[in-house]
Design a protein around this ligand. Sequence first.
Ligand SMILES: Cc1cc2nc3c(=O)[nH]c(=O)nc-3n(C[C@H](O)[C@H](O)[C@H](O)COP(=O)(O)O)c2cc1C
Length: 178
Amino acid sequence: MEKTIVYYYSRKGSNKFLAERIAKDLNCDIEKIRPRLNIFFFMLFSLNFGIKKLRHQPENYERILLCGPIWMGKFIPPLKSFVKKYKNQISNLVFVTCCGSTFKNKDDKFGHGLVFNIIKAELGEKCVHCEAFPIGLVLPDEQKDDSDAFMKTHLNKDNFSGEILDRYEKFMMKMRIV
Ligand SMILES: Cc1cc2nc3c(=O)[nH]c(=O)nc-3n(C[C@H](O)[C@H](O)[C@H](O)COP(=O)(O)O)c2cc1C
């Protein structure tokens, strides 16, 4: 049995960047989750048509890292389908998101804390950790409250530095121990 795999969904690239970086640093497998109907408008309003068959079976891994965005305070359809479909094959899951909500707002209506609670409720003790990397961490102070800048900014190798990188390295230390 392999140790770890990263499954991810990303629309604009930030979670793809994060997932690829994690898989590279852990030297583990990675697979993109492909919705059957990849139509953003449908998914945004929680219309869920399921996901395509995976190439790597979750049951072959001791630990799963699931990485993807948050939209409108929801556990988005491709990730939700993944958990629902493979729940019985999952023994340890870590949820990671590059999202818009800040640490301060994590428990507000659109905060990542609510999504963490949904995943924990669905998976119980199988969900061993949740980690957020708010995109605002890569914005300069004067743009941290600028919603336009938030929407236009995506993680990449040039902006993945400073506070977000510090937090990522702490997170990876945990991932290497567990
Ligand atoms: C329509 C829309 C709704 C969003 N809603 C939320 C939200 O409720 N909470 C949040 O934390 N981020 C929200 N975001 C921000 C995304 O989670 C963030 O931009 C994420 O990094 C996008 O990931 P991707 O580049 O991998 O697609 C939203 C983004 C979009 C486009």
